[in-house]
Design a protein. Sequence first.
Length: 306
Amino acid sequence: MTLKYGIIGSGAIGGYCGGKLAKAGKDVHFLFHSDYEYVKSNGLQIDSVDGDFHLSEVNAYRSTKDMPKCDIVLVCLKSTNNGLLKEMLTPLLHKNTIVILIQNGIGLESDLQEVFPDLNLAGGLAFICASKNEPGHINHQSLGKINIGAYSCSDISILKEAIKDLNESGIDTKLVDYEEARWKKAVWNIPFNGMTVVLNTTTDKLMANPNTEKLIYEMMLEVIEAAQHAGVKNIDSSFADKTIDMTNAMPPYSPSMKLDYDYKRPMEIKYLYSRSIEEAKKNGYNMVKAAMLEKQLLFIESQYLK
């Protein structure tokens, strides 16, 4: 089966994943925004710890109305832009299209399913340190793994074929339990995204200080307890230890929320914090530390988004 891929949000993660797929010869179509003209003229450059490469010919589009219908759509937009998905996704869909939301947070798929009741949906959790700081140029610093959980896929075989394509392209990809995948990613996201903003720092500095390292670990345990209250299996304090070890092995890193703060863009507070806290509360658990961080982030954002 030859799948046709659409990349919505060709930033750091979308550009990296789509670039790897295209380099491996897969049929990939990219939606670009501000760097459309640059990529059309100059192609896409990926500087990677696994080896640099350049795509001189890129199927680049300015609007999804000009793109073909796709079998797999990777949505790598910031979740702050999910209100645009009704208009953006519609031209790409056929009856069996699977949309994979490679986004951070809790509740993303359920909200999109309300907009598209019959849509085949999956959640993608990227463990990839990458950034795009200039047009058509992506810097992949470390890691390179995606966990995918089926949310409402009528035909899992198509999703498995996409996972095979991603692995063949050099992206370590596994099919995992959906709830487990979302909450396990939150164990990293909730402490590091918010704390790098509130303390205006990077991950390595948080880990180097015993006080903030202790707080990070306590927040991880809080997310793990919330996950357990949600019925997630295969998650306990050993996952926090593993996540700490993974972070210590990473180069100094500014998570996506920190970059949004630096550039004074809207931050992904809703799905990373508010929805996680709401979900935990429904299950009888209060995420006290996460709720404090949420309120601090909302205050910080209110100071520059008038």
